[in-house]
Design a protein around this ligand. Structure first.
Ligand code: ATP
Ligand code: MG
Length: 265
């Protein structure tokens, strides 16, 4: 192939945004000539690599925009440490079937048991399936909605938030909410109801949600919609953070003991 044709080829690949093909082109063409590959094999390989790289880039962009605070996967979750979790239930959620039906998920449990880890890990699976996902902590969500309301932008904000196929609302009940906050929260839940899936995490039991949402009527209207089609994962166990802390202290103590023994030897 002459230089002119190669230049045109590169230009076309660039305008078609075929970044991966551009990167592998020179090496791959050399290999194709050396190995006498036929044109169909060449096109097959190049197009498969381009598609793979586009999927990877779309996934990375989606993950970046989703704002997950923990980017750990389900494989990184030690289920043996948390026996109250039925792994089959999590595996079922990981199929993403619940998104197809607009169903919700609630992770309940005390601090450090892995609620945010599991919710974010489901978000990563959703992103891999190219579903739009977004993570937000409950307090920030309420602040955002209040600001939008104050600036007369509430309908737009609600519209955007109700479109995500998976919205993760983390830390419900960690900070107090006033009636206006509860009202705004209800509006969002009502808009997403049965259409799009929301994953909630909370350290409060459902009976305590009355206090979380400042008003019993709003709280029951929210709970009614959240729980109508919902998988509840109630985690009863020890904090993983404490386990890691205990492990750290144990290792430190071991080092001190060893040094002490060496000093006495
Ligand atoms: N079973 C587990 N296996 C592996 N890592 C875990 C497990 N449980 C928790 N972790 C890790 O411990 C840390 C705390 O977990 P996480 O933030 O998910 O807890 P949480 O239930 O959301 O706590 P909080 O209520 O305080 O927000 C994270 O780094 C998480 O990855
Ligand atoms: Mg958390």
């Amino acid at each position: 192939m002459n230089e002119l044709t190669m230049d045109r080829l590169r230009e076309n690949l660039e305008s078609l945004k075929m970044k991966n093909t551009l990167e592998i082109l020179d090496n791959y063409l050399e290999r194709a000539v050396a190995e006498k590959l036929n044109i169909v094999d060449v096109l097959d390989y190049i197009s498969a690599e381009e598609a793979k790289s586009k999927r990877r880039r779309a996934y990375e962009k989606q993950v970046q925009m989703s704002g997950f605070p923990i980017k750990k996967t389900l494989d990184e979750f030690d289920f043996s440490f948390q026996p109250s979790i039925d792994k089959r239930q999590i595996d079922e959620l990981a199929t993403m079937r619940f998104l197809g039906n607009g169903e919700n998920v609630v992770f309940l449990g005390p601090p450090g048991v892995g609620k945010t880890h599991l919710a974010s890990a489901l978000g990563l699976v959703a992103a891999r399936h190219r579903f739009s996902t977004y993570y937000i902590n409950c307090h920030q969500l309420i602040e955002q909605l209040k600001k939008a309301h104050f600036e007369n932008r509430l309908p737009d904000r609600l519209k955007i938030l109700s479109k995500y196929r998976m919205l993760i609302i983390d830390e419900i009940g960690y900070l107090p909410m006033d009636i206006q906050g509860a009202n705004l929260f209800f509006q969002l839940i009502a808009r997403r109801y049965k259409k799009t899936s929301t994953v909630f995490t909370s350290n409060k039991t459902f009976s305590q949600w009355n206090e979380v949402f400042a008003d019993v009527t709003i709280a029951s209207a929210i709970l009614d919609r959240v729980l109508h089609h919902c998988t509840v994962v109630n985690i009863k166990g020890e904090s993983y953070r404490l386990k890691e802390r205990k492990e750290f202290i144990r290792q430190k103590q071991q080092i001190v003991n060893t040094l002490f023994e060496q000093g006495n030897a």
